[in-house]
Design a protein around this ligand. Structure first.
Ligand SMILES: Nc1nc2c(ncn2[C@@H]2O[C@H](COP(=O)(O)OP(=O)(O)OP(=O)(O)O)[C@@H](O)[C@H]2O)c(=O)[nH]1
Ligand SMILES: O=C(O)[C@H](O)COP(=O)(O)O
Length: 219
């Protein structure tokens, strides 16, 4: 693909660690194989919801990708028909997302939407609203997590500021977008507020979906 390949298109990207290294904050609550199963299960659910959202939008408007260095994640992504971007394991979420932004710019996409692969229950309606949000060349859209993290964002490409994931990243992203001359829009979408980081998040998830920790070994 080249820069001329995707004019007017947006790329939705899910950053993913290898499942064997994921969900470390749940180490006290879950055995390694359960953390791995949870990470895979949440990733598959995110893909399905995103595909449902994309199907509601004009055909060809959005492509979906994963950015990861994990062969296990690449296998799941390819089976689902996603684009796989290899981030060469740069060591942080921000650098992995930067690798995806660079790839998307080089391939001619006009905007990048970043969604973590550990959202508890993202709704296709909310995802479609975010994916279709008008940027008018100068907006950056930020969807807050309950803890003031950034659970989703939509930026024009090339993105004029550095990603700043970490504690209270919503505030950091808002400032960075503004400093780079963009107009930051905070878009609170209920179903994008909760990701599964802590034991409390997990018990809420299991109350709603007791299958969330089903073993995935056979797939
Ligand atoms: N490609 C890539 N994805 C990452 C990286 N760090 C985090 N992610 C992904 O970003 C999303 C949010 O991740 P976190 O909640 O920070 O990490 P986690 O592994 O899910 O959980 P913890 O280990 O408890 O921090 C998940 O989809 C992760 O797989 C990274 O270094 N590279
Ligand atoms: O804002 C962030 O850093 C992202 O939402 C990732 O946050 P998490 O570590 O809370 O999942």
């Amino acid at each position: 693909m080249s820069a001329a390949a995707n004019p007017g298109k947006r790329l939705a990207v899910i950053p993913m660690k290898d499942p064997s290294r994921a969900k470390t904050r749940l180490s006290i609550t879950l055995a390694p194989r359960d953390r791995e199963a949870l990470a895979r299960g949440l990733f598959r659910a995110t893909i399905a919801r995103l595909q449902e959202a994309v199907a509601r939008l004009p055909q060809g408007a959005i492509d979906i990708a994963v950015v990861s260095n994990s062969p296990a994640i690449a296998r799941i992504a390819r089976q689902a028909g996603l684009i796989c971007i290899d981030d060469n394991d740069p060591g942080t979420l921000s650098l992995a997302v930067e690798a995806a932004a660079d790839w998307a710019s080089a391939n001619g996409y006009e905007a990048l939407c970043v969604l973590p692969g550990d959202l508890a229950d993202p709704s296709p309606d909310d995802l479609a609203q975010l994916l279709a949000y008008p940027l008018d060349g100068a907006r950056a859209v930020l969807c807050p997590a309950t803890d003031l993290g950034t659970n989703a964002l939509l930026v024009p490409l090339p993105c004029p500021f550095a990603f700043a994931y970490g504690q209270k990243s919503l505030i950091a992203h808002r400032r960075a977008a503004e400093a780079a001359g963009l107009c930051p829009v905070v878009l609170p979408l209920d179903s994008l507020r909760v990701d599964i980081d802590t034991a409390e998040d997990l018990s809420c998830l299991l109350a709603q979906n007791p299958q969330a920790l089903m073993r995935e070994g056979a797939r």
